[in-house]
Design a protein around this ligand. Sequence first.
Ligand SMILES: Cc1cc2nc3c(=O)[nH]c(=O)nc-3n(C[C@H](O)[C@H](O)[C@H](O)COP(=O)(O)O)c2cc1C
Length: 325
Amino acid sequence: MSSATLTPEQRERILRAATSAPSKHNTQPWWFRWSGDDLEVHIDPRRTLRLGDPTGREAHIACGAAAFAARLGYASLGLGTETVLLPGGGPLSVALVRVTGSAPDPRFDTLYWSLPSRRTHRAPFRETPIPSLVLENLRDAARDEGAWLRGVEQEPAYERLLTLIREATGLEDDRLREERARWVDAPDAVHRLDGVPAGSLGPRPLDPTGAVRDLAVGRDVPGRGTIAFESRPAVAVLETRGDTPLAWLTAGQALMRVLVTGTRYGVAASFANQPLENAELRAEVGSEARHYGTAQMVLRLGMGVEVPPTPRRPLSEVLGPEELA
Ligand SMILES: Cc1cc2nc3c(=O)[nH]c(=O)nc-3n(C[C@H](O)[C@H](O)[C@H](O)COP(=O)(O)O)c2cc1C
């Protein structure tokens, strides 16, 4: 533990960065505790999805993303950090972001400033392709965090992945959709600072066979238009070695680094994770790569337009009870 030297404003900056991370249905399944100047990241079991995420895999990904985003917050204050994954102290204590005393990665400060404009992008992308140099940067971002971003570009792999996405959408049962409806365009959404509000669903795709996940599938959302999406979005799979909590957290850190690197260059992402919610289909999404091969996220990538932000809970709600005493 380092002794506490951060000012309240500096702590706030780091926590704001951490809580800007994405999470499935914006459940924000985390809470944080200060340990001197280091930050502990914990899973909040009350905010995990019993049906949509029974093993907690995606909650771990969200917490890994929050840990990486916290590192950017530290870097913006000139502080170098390292992340200790699964540091002990209980099964739900998943990461410790530790101040190292060395200078931060010089790329992190720039990435920090992209955090507020990163959003899950459920609107059509511009037809302009992602420059190949930027795609290279996204792959490097995943690799730097120990994961692999595998572009799925060639046929028949591309069409095969889209088929798996469609197949998985057809397999969703009513109970899963009921659970999702408590978070996505929920009846009490105006009073809440979590979940996905109607305004972030994006328009309904004219051709619903593509890589855009319609989170409101099966329900009518008043005022939601239907429009054509980009003809052939770039699709990529984020893969890890193995499928343990450690791998999920690694995927989360890599995801955040990929997303925020993309934001910097105007590249946005949405996710089509339906096939990963079914064990058999998930095995088919993963590649046969020797070192990686376990699919953790399916990304639809493209040059973004402006889309609205989702809410976040106030920082007072994401701290452990003793911090508030
Ligand atoms: C592990 C994980 C899984 C997700 N799965 C999906 C998905 O399948 N479809 C989708 O549209 N968004 C998905 N999302 C995006 C979340 O809905 C989004 O992060 C959340 O609503 C917060 O919004 P923001 O990303 O714009 O901050 C996922 C995010 C995470 C971290």
